[in-house]
Each structure stands twice: as structure tokens, then as C-alpha cells.
Design a binder for this molecule. Structure first.
Ligand SMILES: [Fe+2]
Ligand SMILES: [Fe+2]
Length: 204
């Protein structure tokens, strides 16, 4: 069986252990090289998942993908940097799998690549966005006040006021997803905060 057959049949070099405690340096060399290749595919997986929001209106005037593009476009046109724009683009990507806690899903995805402030905005935007509608659902629109002491309170309020709550206009000319792809790839090219950052840096 040659290399082509191996690839076709999905038979690649694999670690030999049956329990992780039997692992060897050779095993982890194999897994490490596979991981590096897998990590490089993260931007593609994220962009593919973002496309799941296409056509998902949920009663809103625009679908969730257009809302994401519009939020990111407004941030970009307002001069925000790459990290911020990627956060704006992905802030609702968790709607599909984190239906009851979507801000945390997006925040976890971007955490290795953004500043503490940008991560905080993403993580807590649900409470701040609630200022614009929680009272229509019998909830407390002042929910965001629990974060008043945070150094990032104003930044999160600004994100929602300028970009997130403002991104439901069917007539707004948002940039297409392709416009943001190179920005996502740039930001996700290298983690700045990660459990695996040391191994990643050594392999680079
Ligand atoms: Fe959201
Ligand atoms: Fe949003």
C-alpha cells in the first residue's frame, strides 16, 4: 500500500497507546504534528460554522449571518482593529450550540486570540444588549448594572450601542463574509493566550 492509498483510506500514522499513561515521545510527536495541522484549520471551521447562521431569522428583521456581518462592518468602518472586528463578526456564533448562553461560546472561541477587554465585551454582551429589549420580555433591562464596577463596562456598552443593537437594518450595505475572511485568518494565525501556547511556539 503506497502513500496515496494510505491517504485515500484515511490510514495515517497513529500513536500506539491504548491508555494515555502508556504514551511515548514518539506517540506525542505524531499527535503533535497532527495537532499543528488541525489548528491551522481553525479559521475555516469557524467560518463554516458562521455560515450556519445564514437564513436563520428567528423573527428578527435580518438573519443572524447578516446581523453578524453588519455588526462587524459597522465596527470596521468605525476604525476598530482586527481583534475587535473579529469579535464583532463572531459575537453571536454561539447561537446554534449555545442557545441558552451564546456569548460564552463566542468568547471561548476568540479568547486565545484577543485582549482581555475584547474577550470581556464578547463574554458579557448579552447582559448589555438586554438593555434594549429585556423589559419587553418581563426581564430587567438594567441587568448590565451588575458589571458597573468593571473597567470594561463602558467598552461593552459602547459595543452594543454602536454596533450590536444597531445591526438589524435590512437596507444597510454590509461587507460580505469574504471581506472578513483574511481578517479572521490574521487574528487566528497565532494564539496569544492558550493552554498550548508554549508547544505551539516551539513548533512554529
Ligand atoms: Fe448576542
Ligand atoms: Fe448580536
Amino acid at each position: 500500500m503506497d502513500v496515496t492509498d494510505d491517504t485515500l483510506h484515511g490510514i495515517q500514522e497513529r500513536a500506539k497507546f491504548r491508555e494515555m499513561k502508556e504514551g511515548t515521545q514518539e506517540d506525542w510527536a505524531i499527535i503533535g504534528s497532527e495537532y499543528m495541522a488541525f489548528a491551522q484549520g481553525l479559521p475555516d471551521r469557524v467560518l463554516t460554522h458562521l455560515r450556519l447562521l445564514d437564513g436563520d431569522f428567528g423573527g428578527f428583521p435580518v438573519d443572524r449571518l447578516e446581523h453578524s456581518l453588519q455588526t462587524a462592518t459597522r465596527a470596521h468602518r468605525d476604525g476598530r482593529d482586527d481583534q475587535y472586528v473579529v469579535m464583532a463578526l463572531l459575537h453571536d456564533i454561539g447561537d446554534t450550540l449555545g442557545t441558552y448562553n451564546h456569548p460564552e461560546v463566542a468568547a471561548s472561541i476568540i479568547k486565545p486570540f484577543v485582549s482581555e477587554e475584547v474577550h470581556w465585551i464578547c463574554q458579557n454582551h448579552g447582559h448589555f444588549q438586554g438593555y434594549y429589549y429585556f423589559h419587553y420580555l418581563g426581564m430587567d433591562r438594567e441587568s448590565r448594572e451588575q458589571f458597573r464596577g468593571s473597567p470594561y463596562f463602558d467598552a461593552c456598552a459602547e459595543f452594543c450601542e454602536k454596533y450590536d443593537q444597531a445591526a438589524f437594518d435590512p437596507d444597510y450595505a454590509s461587507e460580505p463574509l469574504e471581506f472578513f475572511e483574511p481578517i479572521v485568518r490574521r487574528v487566528m494565525a497565532r494564539p496569544i493566550n492558550s493552554l498550548y501556547a508554549k508547544a505551539q511556539a516551539q513548533a512554529a
